[in-house]
Design a protein around this ligand. Structure first.
Ligand code: BGC
Length: 884
C-alpha cells in the first residue's frame, strides 16, 4: 500500500467568519460599515427573500434587493409562465453530450447576458446532480452520470455565466444528492461517505475549489442526506463546503427548502428563499434573542457573505441602481417592464450550434445518413415529436422562448431546398402525452380575442362582490406560483378566481376535456357544469405536486362554433399535506386540456401506410413533459405508450428508417436491430428542429457522445435495486455505492445497449501513437498523448477519452472499485485526412480515493493503467502511468 495523505482544506477560510481578504481594503471597510449600521432585525431580514425571486432590501439604508432567476435552460425572469421571452438553450444533458466545454462556456455567456437584460444578478444554475438512475425525473437538468464530466461542463458553464462583461453570478445546485423526485422533500438518503465524496460531491468540489471562476452562490438540495436535510447539515455546508473547501460564497436554500431556523443558520445556510420568510426573518431574530443563535458567530458572517454578494452586484448604499428593481407587489405582469428581450443572431447561432453538436448518432447502417434529398422522391416524417417536440424539461427549466423550431418544419424546409419536387407526408401514428394538451391554439380571451384565459380574482370563496384584479394567461394554464401572482390585498386572505375564455374548435367531433387544479375547481362549458373537481383527494405531479390528477369529460364540439369556457377555482390548500416544503402549498392553479378523440388504431395504421410507400422515413419519437418531468420519477425504461410498437411496425414496411429519439435519460430499444439509423436528440430548446435537420441532412457532422449508459434492460442498471427507495418510509439507500452508471456495468461485466462516451460520426477516425510523458507527484502531472487522424473525406470531430484504473488498495480493502473512471477528454476537429496530436493531462487528484478509515483522500503510489479510447467500451490502447 502506498503513501497515505489527506488533501489540505483550501486556504483562507474558517467557514465561520468569512475572510474579507479577497475583497479590496476599501470594499471590506464598506461591507463592515454597512454591517455595523444594521439592527438585528435588519440582518435577519436580509437573510431572507422578499418575494419569489428577490432578497430583502432596506431602503432606509440604501440596500437594494438582489434578483435571482431560473434557471438551467434559459433565463426565465420573474414570471413562471408567460414571462419575458428568452433564449431557450438545450437542456443540461444535451450540453454534456457535446463533450465540448468551450461550447458550453459560450452558452453560459449567453445566459449571463440574458440574466443581465432580465435584471437578474444571480442565475439559479447550473444543476450539477448526478443522473444516478434512468428514471430520475429531473435528469434533463444534469450533465449525466459521471462526476468528472459533470464538474468539467459545470465549470465551463459557470465561467460563461460569470464572464466579466455580464456582472452576473452563477449558483451551483443542488448541493448535494438531489438525484430523485420521489418524495423529494422528505426522502432520507443513506449514502456512504466514500460514495458522497467520490461521486456526488465531486463536481461541486471541482467548481468550488479547482475552478478559476468559482460560483458566487450555492443552493442546498431538498432531500435528507444521512438523516439531515442538506440546509440543516453543518457537516455538509459548514464543515465540507466552507471549512474544508474554502467556499465563501452565499449559500441559499432551495425554494421552500429551508427546514429549520436554528439548525440551518448553524449549518451556515445564509439565505431563506423565497420570501416572505417563514424560518428566518423575525423568527431568526427571536431565536437570537432567546440565545439559541449567536449574532456574532452565525448571523454576522452570513450577513457579510450576503453583503459581499450585494457589493459585487452594486446593490449597496451609494451604488447606482443598475436598472429598475423589479416590483412583485401586484400581479405578475408588472415585472415585465424591467426585463428586456435580447434575441440576437449570435445567441441563435450559439443555441443552434450547441443543439446540433449535442446530437448523438447511435447507428448508421449503409450510411443512410446524411439523407440526400435529391435521391428521394418521397419522405415520410412520422411520430408525435416531429411536430410537437419536447424542447426542454419542466419546473425551473420552463422558459418562454423567443421562437421554437420543430423537426417536421425544419426537415421539410431543408429537404425542399435540396429537392424542390420531394413529396413530404406526415402522420403522428400515436399519442404519448398522458394528459390532453393545453388548448391555447383554439382558446381566446373574452375581452380581446388574444389567445388564453382572462382570470378575475374575488375576495372570499363565493365568486361574488367586486372583481379585485384581472390577469391574463396566454394558454389554458393558470399558474400562480407566488404571492406576486395574486392581488396584494388577497394574499393571506380567502380568495377565489374565475378563468374565462372562448373555445373555437376547428374539427367537429368528440373531445376529451380535462381539468386539474390545486383548489376546488369546477369547469363549465356554455355555463353547463362539465367537470366538478371540488372533491379530489389524490395529489399528482401537476403544480409541483400540489395539484389534483386530471379529471376527464367527453364533449361533442362543432368546428367553427364558439363555446364559453369557465373555470371557478376556490383557492384552498391541497386536501392532504403534500410534503415538507414551505412554499409549494401556496401554489394555486388550474389546467384545462383538450384532445380530439382520435381513432388511435386508424392513426397507427395511417402512419404504417404512409411509411410503406415512402423512399425513406424519419420517425421522431420520445418522451414529453408528462412522461419525464420534475416532481416525479419514471417507472419504466420504455418509450411512452405504443412507441416501441410503432417503430417496429414502420421498420417492418420500410427498410430506410431513421429513428430520432428524444429523452433526457436512457431508454430501452427493443427494436434496435430494425432501423438503419438511430439518433439520440435529447431536449434541445428553441433550435431543436433546425438541429435535427442540420444533422440528418449533413450540414452538421454529428459529434455528440453519450453522457449516460443505455442499459439493455433496467435490471442491468446499478441503481435498479435501490432507486427510488421506499416512498412510505421515506428511506432511500444509495446501495450501488460508487458504482454509478458505467462503473457498475464495467465492474459487473454487463454489456450495455449503448455505452457511456459512445457516439458515431459521418467521418471515421483512427487513434495511434499513444504515449505518456511524466510521472504524477504532488507537483507534477502525467500527460497522455495520441495522434487522431480523420481517415475519411468529411470534416468531423472526435472525442478522445482517458479512463484510469483504480488503486489496487481499494480492492485490497474489500471495497468496490470501478475498473475505470473518466479522468480526461478532449474534442478535436479534423479536416479530411488531417491528423492532430492531442494531450490529456492527469493530475494527482485523478488518482485520489476517499479512505473512510482515515477519513481523508489518499493517493497510492504505483503504476496505473490509462485507457485511451473513443468511448468507455472502445478502448484503443492502455498505457502505464506512474504515480510516485
Ligand atoms: C428547484 C430549484 C429552482 C427553484 C426556483 C425549486 O423547486 O428545485 O432548482 O431554482 O425551485 O424555481
Amino acid at each position: 500500500m502506498g503513501d497515505i495523505r489527506s488533501f489540505d482544506a483550501a486556504d483562507g477560510a474558517t467557514g465561520i467568519t468569512p475572510s474579507l481578504t479577497k475583497d479590496s481594503a476599501s470594499n471590506s471597510d464598506r461591507i463592515l460599515r454597512v454591517l455595523h449600521s444594521l439592527t438585528l432585525e435588519d440582518k435577519c431580514l436580509l437573510l431572507s427573500g422578499k418575494n419569489m425571486w428577490e432578497t430583502h432590501d432596506i431602503p432606509r439604508l440604501g440596500i437594494q434587493s438582489l434578483k435571482t432567476s431560473d434557471g438551467p435552460a434559459g433565463v426565465r425572469g420573474a414570471t413562471w409562465t408567460d414571462g419575458t421571452h428568452t433564449t431557450f438553450i438545450p437542456c443540461g444533458i444535451a450540453l454534456a453530450a457535446t463533450f465540448d466545454p468551450a461550447l458550453v462556456q459560450r452558452v453560459g455567456k449567453v445566459l449571463g447576458s440574458e440574466a443581465r437584460s432580465k435584471g437578474a444578478h444571480v442565475l439559479l444554475a447550473p444543476t450539477m446532480n448526478i443522473s444516478r438512475s434512468p428514471f430520475g425525473g429531473r435528469n434533463f437538468e444534469n450533465f449525466g452520470e459521471d462526476p468528472f464530466l459533470t464538474g468539467t461542463h459545470a465549470t465551463a458553464y459557470i465561467a460563461g455565466v460569470q464572464d466579466d462583461g455580464n456582472g452576473v453570478g452563477a449558483c451551483m445546485k443542488h448541493f448535494v444528492a438531489n438525484d430523485m423526485e420521489t418524495r423529494r422533500f422528505n426522502m432520507d438518503e443513506t449514502i456512504s461517505e466514500r460514495t458522497l465524496r467520490e461521486i456526488y460531491l465531486k463536481p461541486f468540489h471541482m467548481v468550488a475549489v479547482q475552478s478559476e471562476t468559482p460560483p458566487w452562490t450555492a443552493m442546498t438540495s431538498y432531500p435528507k442526506i444521512n438523516g439531515k436535510h442538506a440546509d440543516t447539515s453543518r457537516e455538509l455546508v459548514h464543515d465540507i463546503l466552507r471549512e474544508e473547501w474554502g467556499f465563501d460564497g452565499l449559500v441559499m436554500s432551495d425554494w421552500g427548502g429551508l427546514n429549520s431556523t436554528v439548525d440551518s443558520i448553524h449549518a451556515t445556510t445564509d439565505l431563506e428563499m423565497p420570501g416572505p420568510p417563514l424560518r428566518y426573518g423575525t423568527v431568526l431574530a427571536q431565536a437570537v434573542r432567546r440565545g439559541e443563535v449567536s449574532e456574532s458567530k452565525l448571523i454576522d458572517p452570513a450577513v457579510i457573505r450576503l453583503l459581499r454578494l450585494l457589493d459585487r452586484c452594486s446593490l449597496l448604499p451609494g451604488d447606482d441602481k443598475p436598472g429598475d428593481s423589479v416590483s412583485l407587489s401586484s400581479c405578475s405582469s408588472s415585472t415585465e417592464k424591467s426585463e428586456a428581450e435580447t434575441d440576437t443572431p449570435e445567441f441563435r447561432q450559439t443555441a443552434r450550434e450547441t443543439a446540433a453538436n449535442s446530437v448523438v448518432l447511435l447507428k448508421n447502417e449503409n450510411n443512410i445518413l446524411p439523407l440526400k434529398p435529391e435521391k428521394l422522391q418521397t419522405l415520410a416524417i412520422i411520430g408525435p415529436n416531429a411536430k410537437h417536440p419536447t424542447l426542454g424539461g419542466t419546473g425551473s427549466a420552463v422558459v418562454n422562448p423567443y421562437y421554437t423550431t420543430n423537426p417536421f418544419d425544419s426537415l421539410s424546409e431543408t429537404a425542399k431546398i435540396g429537392n424542390p419536387k420531394i413529396e413530404i407526408t406526415y402522420e403522428p401514428g400515436i399519442l404519448t402525452s398522458l394528459q390532453p394538451p393545453l388548448m391555447g391554439h383554439c382558446l381566446t380571451r373574452p375581452d380581446s380575442g388574444d389567445p388564453g384565459f382572462q382570470v378575475d380574482f374575488y375576495a372570499g370563496h363565493a365568486f361574488s362582490g367586486p372583481v379585485v384584479a384581472t390577469t391574463y394567461w396566454h394558454d389554458s394554464l393558470v399558474y400562480c406560483m407566488s404571492d406576486g401572482d395574486v392581488p396584494t390585498e388577497l394574499v393571506g386572505q380567502p380568495y377565489s378566481y374565475r378563468a374565462t375564455g372562448r373555445l373555437r374548435p376547428s374539427v367537429t367531433g368528440a373531445y376529451n376535456i380535462s381539468l386539474s387544479s390545486t383548489g376546488k375547481a369546477k369547469l363549465f362549458i356554455n355555463d353547463t357544469l362539465a367537470i366538478d373537481n371540488t372533491d379530489w383527494t389524490t395529489i399528482s405531479g401537476n403544480f409541483m405536486n400540489c395539484g389534483s390528477e386530471e379529471r376527464l369529460a367527453i364533449v361533442e364540439l362543432t368546428a367553427g362554433k364558439t363555446y364559453s369556457v369557465r373555470v371557478d377555482n376556490v383557492a384552498v390548500p391541497p386536501p392532504t399535506p403534500p410534503h415538507d416544503n414551505t412554499l409549494f402549498h401556496r401554489i394555486s392553479g388550474v389546467r384545462v386540456g383538450l384532445l380530439y378523440r382520435y381513432d388511435e388504431a386508424a392513426m397507427f395504421a395511417a402512419a404504417v401506410n404512409t411509411a410503406r410507400t415512402a423512399d425513406a422515413v424519419v420517425l421522431v419519437v420520445g418522451h414529453n413533459n408528462d412522461t419525464e418531468r420534475e416532481g416525479s420519477d419514471r417507472t419504466s425504461l420504455s418509450l411512452p405508450g405504443r412507441t416501441d410498437a410503432l417503430i417496429a411496425a414502420i421498420c417492418s414496411v420500410n427498410s430506410n428508417v431513421v429513428v430520432v429519439t428524444q429523452s433526457a435519460c436512457a431508454i430501452s430499444m427493443p427494436w434496435v436491430q430494425d432501423p438503419q439509423a438511430i439518433v439520440q436528440a435529447w431536449y434541445q430548446g428553441q433550435e431543436c428542429g433546425n438541429a435535427v435537420a442540420d444533422v440528418l441532412f449533413g450540414a452538421v457532422n454529428p459529434s455528440g457522445k453519450l453522457p449516460l449508459t443505455f442499459p439493455k434492460r433496467i435490471e442491468d442498471h446499478g441503481s435498479h435495486k435501490w432507486f427510488p427507495g421506499n416512498a412510505v418510509t421515506d428511506k432511500a439507500e444509495y446501495g450501488e455505492g460508487v458504482l454509478v452508471g458505467y462503473r457498475w456495468f464495467d465492474a459487473r461485466g454487463i454489456e450495455p445497449l449503448w455505452p457511456f462516451g459512445y457516439g458515431l460520426s459521418y467521418s471515421s477516425f483512427s487513434v495511434s501513437g499513444i504515449a505518456v510523458d511524466g510521472t504524477v507527484t504532488h507537483e507534477t502531472s502525467a500527460v497522455v498523448k495520441a495522434t487522431v487522424t480523420n481517415t475519411s473525406a468529411v470534416v468531423g470531430s472526435e472525442v478522445v477519452q482517458v479512463y484510469l484504473s483504480p488503486s489496487p488498495a481499494i480492492a485490497a480493502a474489500g471495497l468496490d472499485a470501478a475498473p475505470k473512471a473518466l479522468a480526461g477528454f478532449t474534442k478535436v476537429r479534423l479536416s479530411a485526412g488531417e491528423s492532430k496530436r492531442v494531450e490529456i493531462t492527469l493530475q494527482e487528484d485523478a488518482f485520489a480515493w476517499w479512505d473512510t478509515r482515515r477519513n481523508g483522500w489518499r493517493v497510492d503510489k504505483g503504476i496505473y493503467k490509462a485507457f485511451l479510447g473513443t468511448s468507455s467500451r472502445h478502448i484503443v490502447e492502455e498505457v502505464d502511468v506512474h504515480v510516485a
